[in-house]
Design a protein around this ligand. Structure first.
Ligand code: DAT
Length: 174
């Protein structure tokens, strides 16, 4: 797919900082943040809510159709905890945010997640599930693991993306 601006996927276990980081990247790069979790709720791209897991059951077909339209012109930062459902061709860069367990536990407790959800997400982060899934789903050279423990980390991650974008523009200018 040829785009005048790249699309970036920001993924990671819930609580690792996808939304906050995506907003900061949007601020420094001018790219547009697409919060997939919010989009799913707003546009009802789900088949209902599962109380037990405190989550919506995705309607993947609907979600992919909606996102295909949004992403086709490029310039989007897509923020979602699941990364394997998207076509590989959509993204030019895939960032996997990582947070140390103590910090992640605190963030999820502050959010009021139930114990089950906290345990699941802690295990997900410890077992590097999202990182491994990203490596299985995308070309190795576009997958980048980034620490997201502190505000400094977040700022330096956003700066890195800005530099990457500047290089992308040079390499893709006609
Ligand atoms: P996610 O979108 O991955 O679920 P979030 O962006 O909503 O995560 O962040 C969850 C909470 O953690 C929020 O209160 C902001 C805080 N946070 C996120 N990234 C951080 C970082 N790198 N340093 C400190 N706090 C961070």
């Amino acid at each position: 797919m040829s785009r005048s601006l790249p699309n970036i996927l920001v993924t990671g276990t819930p609580g690792t900082g996808k939304t906050t980081t995506s907003e900061m990247i949007a601020e420094v790069t001018g790219l547009e943040h697409v919060n997939v979790g919010e989009l799913v709720k707003q546009k009802q791209l789900h088949e209902g809510y599962l109380e037990e897991f405190d989550t919506h059951v995705l309607d993947e077909d609907k979600l992919l159709d909606e996102l295909e339209e949004i992403l086709k012109e490029g310039g989007k930062i897509v923020d979602f905890h699941t990364c394997e459902i998207f076509p590989e061709r959509w993204f030019d860069l895939v960032l996997v945010l990582r947070t140390d367990t103590a910090g992640l536990y605190d963030r999820m407790t502050k959010r009021g997640y139930n114990k089950r959800k906290i345990d699941e997400n802690m295990e997900c982060e410890i077992m590097q599930v999202v990182l491994e899934t990203a490596h299985e789903s995308y070309a190795p050279e576009i997958v980048v693991e980034l620490p997201s423990n502190t505000i400094d980390d977040m700022e330096s991650n956003a700066d890195r993306v800005k530099q990457w974008l500047d290089a992308w523009k040079v390499n893709n200018s006609k």
